[in-house]
Design a protein around this ligand. Structure first.
Ligand SMILES: *Cc1c(COP(=O)(O)O)cnc(C)c1O
Length: 473
C-alpha cells in the first residue's frame, strides 16, 4: 500500500499551501500613531480570510504534517506514543488555569495536585523527593547533574568527570559539558551493555557521576546494574538515571531499587503528554533523600494539611520560571491517575510485547537482544536514512536512524504500547517493502508526502524562522 499526503500539485516542484497573505489581503490605513516617525508606517497589509478559509488553511497545514494521529510513529528513544485526549480535557478545565503569582492559600488544589504528582513519580521511580520544575528531559538532566555537583561541593570535593556510555543519548554528553564536566566515554561490551571492566578502570576520585539509561538505547536491560552501582558508589560518585526508557519498566522495576541516586522522567515519553516541537514538555527530577535539600526553588510541600511553596535549604536555584510547565504536568497526572498501578504495569507489558512482535515480523536483522520496549535493526547494505525516507511513501513514520552507532546503519525502532497488532503488521509490511528495494529507489524517496527531501543540515544550522527571514535571505 502506498499513501499520498495532502498537498497542492502544480507543474513545477513548488508544492506548498499558499500563505494566507498570498490569498486574501486587506490594506489598512494607519492614522496618527503616538510613536517616533522611524517606527511608524502609513499603511499595513494584513491577511483577511473569512472564517471557513482560515479553518481550511490550518486543517490543510495539519494534514501536510505527519503525527501520531496520522499513523504509526516508531521513532526509537523518542517514544512518540499516542496521547489520550481526555488528558487535554482535564488540562483545559477553567480551574486548572491559575495565575502563577497567586498566594499559596488561594491555590491549594493546584499545590495538592503538584504534591500528589511528586508522590506518584517518587513511588514509580523509587525516589524520595521529586521536583516538577524542569521543562524537558534534557533540562532534567542538567538539573540532576547540577544537584550532583552541589552534593559534591557540599562535601568539599572537587570531582571533574562524568562517565557516559557510548550508546547514550547526545543530551547526556551535552549536559555534562554544560555543567562544566569533562566527559569520559565508556565503550560498550560485545553484548551492547556497559563493560564493567572498562567502568572499573574509568571511575575514581574524579568521578562525579555515571549517567546511564536502563534499558539502554539498544533496548537492553543492564543486568549488572547492582555491580555498576557499587563500582560508582565505591568511587564516591553518584548514579544518574536517564528516564527516557522508563516506559519499559513501569510497575515492574524501579531505578531507586537498582541503586540510582538521581533521575529524570520524560513525562512526554512515559506518561502521555505531547512532545511539541522541542516543548513544552516536562522533565521532573527525582532524588534520594540525602539530595532533597539541593532541589530547585520553589518546591511544594505539605504542612499541617496545607500545601505551600518553599525554597529547599541548599537549593541549586531556579531552573524554570514559576512552577514548571503546569498544563503538561496536569496531563501527566491525569494519565497516571486514570491508569493506576495495574494500567501502568499493563503499559510496560504491551510496550515490550509490541517491540518484540514487530522485530519478529521484519526482514531486517536485529543484532542485539533480548530487548525490551525498542530494538535497533540494521539496514545492512542499505543506507538507513534513505530507507527511512522511503518508508514515508508507505504511510508510516520511519524509525530513528544511524544511532546508536554500535549498530551499522541503525534503524532504532519503538512501536510503543498503544499500537494494535493491525498497525504493527502495517509497520512490518512497510519495513519489508523497503528492505526489498534497490538503492536507486531509496535515494529518490520520498515522493508521496507533502515535502520531499529537505536539506536537514541547513535547516538545523541556518534556520529561517519567519517568512520575513526567508525573504531577506
Ligand atoms: C529523549 C531523550 C532524552 C532527552 O529528553 P528530552 O525530553 O527530549 O529533552 C535524553 N535521553 C534519551 C535516551 C532520550 O531518548
Amino acid at each position: 500500500m502506498k499513501y499520498d499526503q495532502a498537498r497542492w500539485t502544480d507543474d513545477g516542484d513548488d508544492r506548498y499551501e499558499p500563505l494566507l497573505s498570498e490569498k486574501a489581503n486587506e490594506t489598512v490605513e494607519i492614522e496618527d500613531a503616538a510613536l517616533p516617525d522611524d517606527l511608524t508606517r502609513d499603511s499595513l497589509t494584513l491577511p483577511d480570510p473569512a472564517e471557513p478559509e482560515l479553518a481550511r488553511h490550518y486543517t490543510r497545514l495539519s494534514q501536510m504534517n505527519y503525527g501520531v494521529e496520522s499513523g504509526p510513529f516508531p521513532l526509537g528513544s523518542c517514544t512518540m506514543k499516542y496521547n489520550p485526549s481526555f488528558t487535554e480535557d482535564v488540562a483545559a478545565r477553567p480551574d486548572a488555569a491559575i495565575h502563577p503569582d497567586r498566594p499559596d492559600a488561594t491555590v491549594q488544589g493546584t499545590l495538592a495536585l503538584c504534591h500528589r504528582l511528586q508522590d506518584y513519580l517518587g513511588r514509580i521511580g523509587g525516589m524520595d523527593a521529586v521536583t516538577l520544575q524542569p521543562p524537558a528531559g534534557a533540562a532534567g538532566e542538567f538539573t540532576g547533574i547540577e544537584i550532583a555537583k552541589a552534593y559534591h561541593e557540599a562535601n568539599d570535593e572537587e570531582r571533574r568527570e562524568v562517565v557516559i556510555p557510548d550508546s547514550a543519548h547526545g543530551t547526556n554528553f551535552a549536559t555534562a559539558a554544560m555543567a562544566g564536566y569533562e566527559v569520559v566515554e565508556l565503550p560498550s561490551d560485545d553484548d551492547g551493555r556497559v563493560d564493567t571492566e572498562a567502568l572499573a578502570a574509568a571511575v575514581g576520585d574524579d568521578t562525579a557521576a555515571l549517567m546511564l539509561t536502563n534499558p539502554n538505547t539498544l533496548g537492553l536491560f543492564e543486568r549488572d546494574i547492582e555491580e555498576i552501582a557499587d563500582l560508582v558508589h565505591d568511587a564516591g560518585g553518584l548514579l544518574y538515571y536517564d528516564g527516557a526508557n522508563l516506559n519499559a519498566l513501569l510497575g515492574r522495576a524501579r531505578p531507586g531499587d537498582m541503586g540510582f541516586d538521581v533521575m529524570h522522567y520524560n513525562v512526554h515519553k512515559t506518561f502521555a503528554t505531547p512532545h511539541g516541537g522541542g516543548g513544552p514538555g516536562a522533565g521532573p527530577v527525582g532524588v534520594r533523600e540525602g539530595l532533597a535539600r539541593f532541589l530547585p526553588n520553589p518546591h511544594v510541600r505539605e504542612r499541617d494539611g496545607n500545601y505551600e511553596y518553599y525554597e529547599p535549604e541548599a537549593s541549586i536555584g531556579k531552573v524554570h520560571g514559576f512552577y514548571g510547565n503546569w498544563p503538561v504536568l496536569v496531563k501527566a497526572f491525569a494519565y497516571i491517575a486514570r491508569l493506576g498501578d495495574a494500567g501502568l504495569r499493563d503499559a510496560s507489558a504491551k510496550a515490550v510485547l509490541n517491540a518484540n512482535y514487530l522485530a519478529e515480523q521484519i526482514d531486517y536483522d536485529v543484532p542485539f537482544g533480548p530487548f525490551h520496549h525498542e530494538f535497533v535493526a540494521s539496514a545492512g547494505e542499505q543506507d538507513a536514512a534513505d530507507a527511512a525516507k522511503r518508508m514515508l511513501d508507505y504511510g508510516v513514520h520511519p524509525p530513528t536512524t544511524k544511532w546508536p552507532e554500535i549498530v551499522d546503519e541503525a534503524l532504532m525502532t519503538e512501536p510503543t504500547e498503544g499500537e494494535t497488532k493491525r498497525s504493527l503488521d502495517q509497520l512490518a509490511a512497510a519495513f519489508d517493502a523497503v528492505a526489498a528495494e534497490d538503492d536507486e529507489t531509496l535515494a529518490a524517496a520520498p515522493s508521496r508526502p507533502a515535502a520531499r527531501r529537505i536539506d536537514q543540515v541547513s535547516a538545523a544550522r541556518n534556520p529561517r524562522l519567519s517568512w520575513q527571514a526567508l525573504d531577506d535571505a
